[in-house]
Design a binder for this molecule. Structure first.
Ligand SMILES: NC(=O)c1ccc[n+]([C@@H]2O[C@H](COP(=O)([O-])OP(=O)(O)OC[C@H]3O[C@@H](n4cnc5c(N)ncnc54)[C@H](OP(=O)(O)O)[C@@H]3O)[C@@H](O)[C@H]2O)c1
Length: 226
């Protein structure tokens, strides 16, 4: 496929590496190449099969609007714009393009979410739970978005809000644990990231899956089909 990757940052650069490894043609644009989404006209996108966005919350909505206007299929990994989700969904469905977004493109994390949803049943059987998350010392925000997502999944599944305990230490890429403790035993669920490559591989698989499709998709609902 011909892929256009928006964002040459930590994740976009890896997405470009994985695209080439999987035999795709790609071009990568940074902010200077695409001010106010100027590089996303129908003419400039005419040979592109799918656009992939790993930019910023400030840039992403302009990019989405331009791609939808150009009727170009798009995968969006950028987060921080979900307040506009309903409007984007309507735009996508009216135009009839293919659009896939996701807060986390790692297959392992999505599997972990499903495992946590199932394990939440323990909280109705005298188990007490906690979420632990560990990241490198330079990570500014806490708790992580992934820990917050785990907390919401468990709350939606069984009505209990688990405490999140955050650690910032060394160069840990990202470790998340759900621990469920009863007087009789302890259940440990753990996901330990080794690199950001899982995100990049998920994004390229998503683009391959979306090629030629129409509709509005969330990665967490469709990753099993990829
Ligand atoms: N869904 C997932 O699995 C997943 C995984 C990782 C990250 N993310 C999200 O993806 C986004 C990017 O993360 P990151 O860590 O890669 O950030 P990053 O290293 O800061 O990179 C952001 C990139 O976006 C570029 N950019 C800004 N405006 C642009 C525009 N109009 N057109 C093209 N490029 C533009 C920046 O270019 P300049 O440097 O030239 O300004 C920079 O290269 C964040 O929202 C993050 O939360 C999602």
């Amino acid at each position: 496929m011909n892929l256009l990757i928006l964002g040459r940052g930590k994740t976009g650069s890896l997405v470009a590496d994985v695209a080439r490894e999987r035999g795709h043609q790609d071009a990568v644009l940074c902010s200077a190449d695409n001010p106010q989404s100027a590089a996303l006209t129908p003419e400039k996108l005419s040979k592109v099969d799918v656009v992939i966005d790993f930019t910023t919350p400030q840039a992403v909505l302009g990019n989405i609007e331009a791609c939808v206007r150009a009727e170009k299929n798009m995968v969006v990994g950028t987060t921080g714009w979900y307040g506009e989700l309903a409007r984007v969904r309507q735009m996508v469905e009216e135009t009839g393009v293919g659009f896939l977004y996701g807060a986390n493109f790692s297959i392992g994390i999505n599997l972990f979410y499903d495992a946590a949803r199932v394990a939440a049943a323990a909280l109705q059987h005298q188990y007490l739970g906690q979420i632990f998350e560990r990241h490198h010392a330079k990570k500014k925000d806490a708790p992580s978005g992934t820990a917050a997502a785990l907390q919401k999944i468990i709350r939606d599944a069984c009505g209990t809000e688990l405490e999140i305990i955050s650690f910032r230490e060394g160069d840990v890429v990202g470790m998340h644990e759900v621990v469920l403790n009863s007087p009789n035993d302890t259940v440990y669920l753990c996901h330990d990231s080794k690199s950001r490559r899982g995100f990049a591989e998920g994004a390229i698989r998503a683009a391959e899956w979306l090629a030629g499709k129409k509709g509005f998709y969330d990665f967490k609902d469709v990753w099993r089909e990829m």
